[in-house]
Design a protein around this ligand. Structure first.
Ligand code: ATP
Length: 513
């Protein structure tokens, strides 16, 4: 499905609405509707249970969004949480200078891939990709250009060299996508933190920030948690919560928002052990994604070209979004940067006494950080499919189906009386609904023909539909229709929970990797 269809499906079926629609919307802010909030909560539950419940050495917290302003000084966000901003003087549109250059590099890459694909088609089985990309003049030229621009961009970003970014945009003759003009301002740093003011203190002193990441709430509580939960290193602290970033260009639906939700886990380890744990978490996080049914071909690791100020290793798990492979999750080896900086600025010791080594040290940290909204978009775009299926009278019809993993589907089971004008049937259906609703998220629906009701449930990803018909009155059995296979099983009412349990509960999923 293309991206536009995904966005309109999300609205039409109550997953996501743009914020403040009656006031012409607020850019890059979104609200989750009735089905959206269920799916989002299920994603969070899957993450939380696989981190906290599955690991006896990981515990959770829920820190406040506001933190002491010194937090952001120590973490480096006041000085370094910037993006390079450039304005086009004709269209008055703002861009991230690095993104304009990255898009240019992507185009060169696409040209090279096109040549390679053409040659692969021409040579068939004989095609040797390695040989071709090192010997074909055109491809060699494209790849060399891509390489040199990527290096120059990384270098300029690392040094904060705004002049070179501007020069690159000029050298590459990049035009504004809106106006087509090359009439650019200089590139300048733009801090992404939103600030606000405390009620009882005037001026700079009372300046507060909305947290741009949840991680700092974990670092500041490191000792509180370690002491009160009696954890020994290595151990982790997990948190799910809102984060805010004043993104310059917030596009691509819920991929890049100004208010979003993060699921982060900081794993505290002995200095020197961090690379071992970094590999461990890379592996486990990939398995977490694949357990939901995401094919390996839709996920890939991407090492950072440009390491953040706090990291000694960093990798993204990228997902094949409808607009290309993009970051879904980050795994970062953050060294002792954060705890050491907070220790220095606060004057309070943030150390751990290691009974085995018989000494104290500032632990190193490996973090896994995933955007809940990006995960939501990944699940929506991967699962939404259009299919040709046989319908009741033997003909073919198309259906839109959301093939979510059953345990994260917003509604697990729909209860549908075959007809609505027979009280014996509707009453029986309601009785089943009133019982099953204690077991899992159910929906009762008696409106419209059964085929249309099935389609409605397909569109929101309901894995099971239970139909109560005339025979049910006698044999006390129902028909369970499976969303993906369309198979229909006849099952006694007393066995419904047993048939659904492993699919809709998360236990089997959590045990599967
Ligand atoms: P990007 O390079 O896309 O801006 P980032 O490297 O700044 O992302 P991190 O700081 O590593 O992102 O944040 C961790 C995770 O939080 C990301 O992997 C992403 O899933 C999510 N995230 C970050 N910024 C946003 C945003 N503006 N909207 C939605 N999710 C976000």
């Amino acid at each position: 499905m293309d991206f536009k269809q995904i966005v309109s499906h999300a609205k039409e079926y109550g997953f996501i609405y743009q914020s403040s629609e009656i006031y012409d919307t607020l850019a890059a802010v979104y609200d989750y509707g009735p089905n959206g909030v269920e799916l989002k909560n299920n994603i969070k539950e899957y993450w939380w249970r696989s981190m906290v419940q599955r690991h006896e050495n990981i515990v959770g917290i829920d820190a406040a969004i506001f933190m002491h302003p010194k937090t952001w000084k120590a973490s480096g966000h006041v000085d370094a949480f910037n993006d390079p901003l450039i304005d086009n003087k004709d269209s008055k549109k703002r861009y991230r200078a690095d993104v304009l250059i990255e898009e240019y590099i992507d185009k060169i890459d696409a040209k090279a891939e096109k040549e390679i694909d053409k040659a692969a088609g021409r040579f068939g089985d004989q095609f040797n990709r390695e040989q071709y990309i090192t010997t074909n003049d055109r491809v060699v030229k494209y790849l060399a250009e891509k390489d040199s621009l990527t290096k120059r961009l990384a270098e300029a970003m690392k040094k904060g060299d705004m002049a070179d970014l501007k020069k690159m945009i000029e050298d590459l003759e990049i035009a504004c996508p809106e106006s087509g003009s090359r009439n650019w301002t200089d590139v300048r740093q733009f801090n992404l933190m939103f600030s606000t003011q405390l009620g009882n203190i005037a001026g700079e002193e009372g300046k507060l920030y909305l947290r741009p990441e949840t991680a700092q709430g974990i670092f500041l509580n490191f000792l509180n948690v370690q002491k009160t939960s009696r954890q020994k290193i290595p151990f982790g602290i997990a948190q799910i919560g809102k984060a805010f970033r004043n993104e310059i260009v917030a596009r691509q639906f819920i991929f890049r928002m100004r208010e979003f939700e993060q699921m982060e886990m900081q794993y505290f380890v002995r200095p020197g052990d961090e690379m071992e744990w970094y590999e461990y978490w890379k592996d486990l996080r990939l398995k977490w994604h694949m357990a939901l049914g995401t094919p390996a071909s839709q996920l890939r690791f991407h090492d950072h070209d440009n390491l953040a100020h706090y990291a000694n290793a960093a990798v993204d798990i990228q997902f094949a979004f409808p607009f290309g492979f993009k970051e879904l999750e980050g795994i970062h080896s953050r060294t002792d940067f954060d705890l050491s900086s907070h220790q220095e600025l606060s004057g309070k010791k943030l150390q751990y006494f290691d009974p085995e080594l018989e000494k104290s040290y500032v632990p190193y940290v490996v973090e896994t950080s995933i955007g809940c909204d990006r995960m939501f978009l990944a699940m929506l775009s991967q699962s939404l499919q259009e299919e040709i299926v046989p319908d009741a009278d033997g003909k073919e019809s198309t259906r839109i189906v959301l093939k979510l993993h059953p345990s994260i589907a917003p509604v697990k089971c729909a209860i549908l009386p075959l007809v609505k004008n027979k009280p014996e049937i509707t009453e029986k259906a309601k009785a089943i609904f009133n019982d099953l609703k204690f077991f899992t998220q159910c929906q009762y629906d008696e409106k419209d023909a059964i085929g249309r009701r099935y389609r409605r449930q397909d569109a929101i990803g309901t894995p099971f539909c239970i139909t109560i018909d005339f025979d049910s009155l006698d044999d006390h059995s129902v028909t369970i229709r499976h969303r993906d296979t369309l198979a229909q099983d006849r099952v006694h009412v007393s066995r419904i929970e047993e048939v659904l349990r492993d699919k809709v509960n998360m236990e089997a999923l959590l045990r599967s990797f």
